[in-house]
Design a protein around this ligand. Sequence first.
Ligand code: NAD
Length: 291
Amino acid sequence: MQLLDGKLVAQAVKEQLKVKTADRVSQNKKRPHLAAILIGNNGASETYVASKVKSCEEVGFTSTLIRLEESITENELIFKLNELNEDFDVDGILVQLPLPRHISEQKVIETIFPTKDVDGFHPESVGRMVQGLPTYFPATPYGILLLLEHYKIETKGKHAVVIGRSNIVGRPISILLNRNDYPGNCTVTVCHSHTPDLAAVCLQADIIVAALGKPLFLKADMVKEGAVVVDVGITRVEDPSKKSGFSIKGDVDFDAVAPKCSYITPVPGGVGPMTIAALMMNTFKACEAKD
Ligand code: NAD
């Protein structure tokens, strides 16, 4: 069993971006700029946005963090997004989800210009991805592709089982693993909360992507010998032994599943850091597109 070390690969991706950014700046080209909007005081969202801002610093991007009150209206948020859309210096815009209940996530996603949609959630970005046209892939699925690519994992002709069909992880990774490219060319089965006998489906998989948000859901008897397992899940579970009071659990029962795998991602240190690295890649590309 080999670990798919997202922390290590993310660092390598960021090192490359750092060199490329310094190169741009030395040629008097524009420095990539990511604007992040954080609404309210959600602890997990704070952590995610802080890591994104820190990564921008590491690679030499400009970052703007805009903190907004939980009480902000949808119109005020849309106004802010339009300002960022019109700001030439801003290459990528992200709004940290989830949003307060009174704000429509769909409306917010559709307000961001597709040219600045570094999260890859806009319907135009998704449509282009489905049709195999150049676009920004959603950061988590893109991070998974970068990880598979780094470890040169064969995907062609493999059976990939994706557990979860959300717009941000399950559905896009199922499309990307199915595309005619590398990584891709898998036969993909997408499972969800209404899939009967999920264990039998998973047992047929050469590659499993677990993205359902149920800690330790995937057990050893659901995985065939030699499978590649990618654990997207991040759930905070109470843990009095930790200073923070919680620990992070993936969707895979790692200790039991790992010995059966050819490759497996740990949680933390797998898909999480790759998501941020992929976001940095998208921001860099959005900047380059303006050259
Ligand atoms: P979601 O709740 O939007 O979607 C979960 C999906 O899992 C749904 O499609 C649902 O049908 C399916 N599902 C739920 N229970 C199931 C079951 N028992 N059997 C089969 N399918 C089932 O979640 P999401 O936003 O896609 O996130 C999934 C997990 O990934 C969460 O833990 C989230 O925190 C994590 N996540 C991690 C990253 C990262 O960077 N590592 C990024 C995004 C999400």
